[in-house]
Design a protein around this ligand. Structure first.
Ligand code: NAD
Length: 732
């Protein structure tokens, strides 16, 4: 079994077709690279070969490097993993550089063979770095194809020459969105941006590549950076224009990443330093920085959570072994903010939707949410008018429960009220067959309690979407006490159809995500009450990688929602309720009508257009700022441990059964410091022993909410990490 096939036609054009067996998408492995190397040698050595087309036997070109292989590269390094990673990366460079030079004399720049990348579809990561080393990149006009370098999204950066080549090709400023943000383009966009050379109708792809090869002149094969007198577009760092670019870019990166993402910094260093030296030295510099990123535990954790484990969960790692439960027709009860969003993502995934509300007007309003989102898609040229009509035609907005006949899944998203939900459950039971699965989108009510209203509790489950539904990728599936495997599989198959990421948790107050995020918000508010400078609270959170400070997040989710949750929690917990100090602040804000962003007044002030301005200075009047302020890391420890201790307790309580779900769910659900790979990965990076020391100190100063969980203490005593301790269970 080989990854590439090799054919030479009558005119002497060799076609190297990449077609990894048994996979729908090509990915590059060490073995694949070795094979490619051998075939390039063969083509260059064969005097009858005039040039080479590098293409794919699949509908796409390639999805990138096999990230499992990157993770393994380090492990295989024995005593000196950094050296082995560096050597591996340099070996990759050598192959791509061989393609780029294609046998030409380095002095005269003559005698090379043209090598063309012919891309039928998507070309990502190494799947685009490889074409970048070719002499021409021709792509089929396939609007669904994505071209680019998304490495930064999983905590690394393009390390197979992509960084150095793209910057030399288009200049640091123009390359920035592709390298620093992982921006992807369709073929026409890629051509317009200068990433690729040509877009042709798909049927002509190989013919056009052949034609270019046969007409290529020696000068066509010489990359600008290998030619005499090359000047980097936009200027190098010591050029006046280049200087401005680099100063601005550094500030922009720090502003966006708060310095917590090693890959962004390393990428910038590779670009800056590489710009000042010859091309081959720049590749070596890129390799050094790439190695340092691969050696950083953050990149390992990000790859593990955001790529390997996220994909495993999406593919059904925790799906019970029952028959396919694909949803054909879904009924959604409650066409408010959540129901309307769920209707949209379902219809978009090709599922027929019955959208029910108490009045026809409310149901229609829910459907119009889809029309609005589709119109936005049309404006952005992502959706056609025909697609809009097709999607809307899938949604039937009605008040009539009889329309639910034939629905295999019902998602209830009515008011957060036990009684209202129970009524709806009974009505749905009467209108649907025994096999229909009923899911509640509740965010706070126990699934096992809600299931009591159902005639079929084994078919009753929680499917908790996050707001806004069309943007948030996590879906929390909640198993009630009596929920059966078919219901779990149905929920997982539904989430898969929606192309979102599921976690499956057991039923307990606030399930998993809200359970962890509420203590974060509360800790921030508690600090305000203590007299901690609000700006310190907010910045401490952002400097440790949280996307929003706790006070901003409370404003976004609304202060009255916080009040509602606090009251319900206090009612449920009675004397054990620990958050009185938080409520004093929260309730006072609500009493003054400061409900957060939606009322243009909260912990922050907002301008007339609703744009956030700064922290509200009235806070200081009510809660005077103390003369002595805690140091930054104390505040950060409080904010992070408030979350991760809850995650550990969720694991101890059996709410979480798989730390992979805990990590992936934390990043996708509430943006937990993505650089860390999630709460469990963060504790592993910190070291469980150190975590116990910090918890003990926090408990002494701030109280029992930081009490060290027994699991952490046990792991610290044994010197364990989460990913080692739970690996044998099911975690990667
Ligand atoms: P919403 O108030 O926007 O919508 C509720 C809808 O249900 C309204 O359109 C209402 O007319 C309809 N409704 C009420 N009683 C009904 C009945 N008996 N029959 C038919 N329709 C009825 O609320 P929402 O924010 O969409 O929340 C809905 C559910 O989703 C709640 O359980 C909530 O806890 C949960 N949830 C909300 C969020 C969020 O961020 N808002 C996030 C996750 C889950």
């Amino acid at each position: 079994m080989t990854d590439f096939t090799y054919d030479v036609d009558a005119e002497g054009v060799a076609t190297l077709t990449w077609d990894v067996p048994g996979r729908s998408m090509n990915v590059m492995s060490q073995a694949g690279f070795a094979e490619l190397n051998g075939l390039i040698d063969r083509a260059l050595a064969d005097t009858s070969v005039k040039g080479v087309i590098l293409t794919s036997g699949k509908k796409d070109f390639a999805g990138g490097m096999d990230l499992n292989a990157i993770a393994k590269m380090k492990e295989d390094g024995g005593d000196n993993p950094a050296q082995s990673v560096f050597d591996g990366v340099m070996a990759m460079h050598a192959i791509l550089r061989k393609i780029e030079r294609a046998g030409m004399d380095p002095k005269t720049l003559k005698g090379g063979k043209p090598i063309v990348a012919a891309l039928p579809g998507t070309a990502l990561g190494i799947g685009f770095e490889l074409p970048l080393s070719c002499h021409r990149i021709i792509a089929a006009d396939n609007p669904r194809a994505k071209i680019g370098l998304p490495e930064i999204m999983v905590g690394i950066f393009p390390g197979a020459g992509g960084t150095t080549r793209l910057v030399r090709k288009m200049g640091a400023m123009m390359a920035a969105p592709f390298l620093l943000e992982g921006k992807l383009s369709d073929p026409k966009g890629a051509k317009a941006a200068g990433l690729i050379d040509e877009v042709v109708v798909p049927e002509n792809l190989l013919a056009r590549a052949r034609e270019w090869i046969l007409a290529a002149k020696p000068a066509d094969l010489v990359k600008p950076w290998d030619d005499k007198g090359y000047k980097m577009p936009g200027g190098t760092p010591y050029h006046p224009a280049g200087f401005m670019t680099f100063v601005g870019a550094n500030a922009m990166i720090l502003g966006k990443t708060m310095g917590v993402y090693p890959a962004a910094k390393a990428l910038m260093a590779a670009v800056y330093e590489g710009a000042m030296v010859p091309f081959d030295t720049a590749l070596k510099i890129e390799a050094r920085h790439f190695t340092s990123v691969l050696m950083n535990p953050s990149s390992t954790a990000m790859i593990r959570s955001l790529f390997i484990n996220k994909e495993a969960l999406e593919k059904g790692a925790n799906r019970p072994a029952v028959a396919d439960q694909k949803v054909g027709r879904v009924g959604i009860i409650g066409a408010g903010m959540m129901g309307a969003g769920i209707a949209y993502v379902s219809a978009n995934a090709g599922i027929d939707v019955v959208l029910i509300d108490a009045s026809q007007e409310a149901a229609d309003r829910g459907k119009s949410h889809s029309a609005d989102l589709l119109d936005k898609g049309i404006q952005r040229k992502k959706v056609t008018a025909a697609q809009k009509d097709e999607t809307l035609a899938r949604i039937t907005a009605t008040t009539d429960y009889a329309a639910l006949a034939g629905c295999d899944l019902i998602v209830e998203a009515v008011f957060e009220d036990m009684k209202v939900k129970a009524d709806v459950t009974a009505k749905v039971d009467a209108a649907t067959g025994p096999d229909t699965v009923f899911a509640s989108n509740t965010s706070t009510l126990p699934i096992s309690e809600l299931a009591k209203a159902s005639a079929r509790p084994d078919r009753f489950i929680g499917i908790h979407f996050f707001s806004p539904v069309d943007k948030m990728m996590l879906v929390e599936i909640i198993r009630g006490e009596q929920t059966g495997d078919v219901a779990v599989a149905k929920a997982l198959d539904f989430v898969r159809q929606l192309r979102k990421t599921p976690i499956v948790v057991n039923d307990a107050r606030f399930f998993y995500a809200n359970r962890c995020i509420i203590p974060y918000l509360n800790e921030g508010i508690r600090m305000v009450a203590e007299g901690v400078e609000p700006a310190l609270i907010e910045n401490a959170a952002k400097l440790v990688g949280m996307p929003l400070g706790p006070l901003q997040l409370v404003d976004e989710t609304s202060i009255d929602l916080g009040v509602k949750i606090a009251k319900a929690t206090r009612a449920a917990m009675g004397d054990a309720y620990p958050d009185g100090a938080v409520d004093t602040v929260l309730f006072a804000m609500a009493d003054q009508g400061r409900l957060g962003k939606k009322s243009s007044a909260g912990f922050y002030t907002y301008d007339a257009a609703g744009k956030r301005e700064g922290l509200w200075d009235g806070l200081a009047a009510a809660y005077p700022v103390s003369d002595t302020q805690p140091n930054l890391s104390d505040v950060q420890h409080r904010l992070l441990f408030a979350q991760v201790l809850e995650a550990v307790r969720a694991l101890e309580d059996g709410v979480l059964t798989d730390i992979r779900e805990g990590d992936v769910g934390a990043i996708l659900g509430w943006g937990f410091a993505p650089w860390s790979g999630g709460p469990f990965s963060w504790l592993d990076i910190l070291g469980v022993g150190r975590a116990v020391e910090i918890c003990d100190a926090l408990t002494e100063t701030h109280g029992a909410r930081f009490a060290t969980p027994a699991l952490l203490r046990d792991m610290a005593a044994k010197g364990e990490t989460f990913y080692a301790r739970f690996a044998s269970q099911k975690a990667a």
